[in-house]
Design a protein. Structure first.
Length: 212
């Protein structure tokens, strides 16, 4: 897909500007999130059961989630638009591979991956532009490969933009995002909604999908 959209540059620049602060906040973020860890563990178990294929984290930020996938037994690598965050990821996790790039144009052969994690990264994509990204996720996954989406859920409302602390982002109705992903060649395996914890503003949504 074409990668000239202004929001991509704006998103990369915004994360570059706060990379150190963002990384400090993100590093231990899973420690207090047992439900999030549970769905990540289920994703990893399904990917491992399907065979030894690589796994990508699309929008990996400072690499803490890619490292968590590695700790769950997956051959994981990360891709992110922000050069500053990729520098931090490489410094924090020198044993892992991290690349600067867009999750809408992955440097991966068709059907190469067994799994793909997009953890609060599709939230920055304007809704009309999301389908090509989902199609790219389907392209790089082998049939039967698994996709896990983490996002902010709209709690019964429509897709809506909100004032994310770094750069504009969108909350999705979980049914709408599941339907949209299904149209790009996926079937739903499971879902999890988590109510906001202290210090969080919104409900969290998680969709586990399988490539057809």
């Amino acid at each position: 897909m074409a990668e000239s959209s202004p929001y991509l540059t704006a998103t990369a620049d915004a994360y570059d500007a706060v990379a150190d602060l963002y990384a400090d906040l993100a590093r231990d973020s899973l420690d207090r999130l047992p439900l999030d860890r549970a769905i990540l563990a289920a994703f990893a178990e399904l990917v491992r059961a399907a065979g030894p294929r690589r796994v990508a984290e699309a929008g990996c930020g400072p690499g803490h989630m890619t490292a968590h996938l590695r700790d769950l037994g997956l051959d994981a690598f990360g891709v992110d638009l922000s050069p500053a965050l990729i520098d931090i990821a490489r410094e924090d996790h020198p044993d892992l591979r991290f690349e600067i790039g867009s999750m809408g144009d992955l440097d991966v052969a068709d059907g190469e991956l067994g799994g793909l994690l997009s953890w609060y990264s599709v939230i920055h994509i304007p809704p009309p532009e999301l389908p090509p990204y989902l199609a790219e996720f389907r392209r790089v996954l082998a049939p039967g490969g698994h996709l896990l989406l983490g996002f902010f859920e709209s709690e019964g409302g429509p897709v809506q933009q909100f004032d994310h602390k770094v750069t504009p982002a969108y909350r999705w109705p979980i049914d709408d995002l599941a339907d949209l992903t299904g149209k790009e060649g996926f079937v739903e395996v499971g879902r999890m909604l988590r109510e906001p914890l202290e210090g969080e503003r919104f409900r969290r949504g998680h969709l586990l999908m399988r490539a057809l």
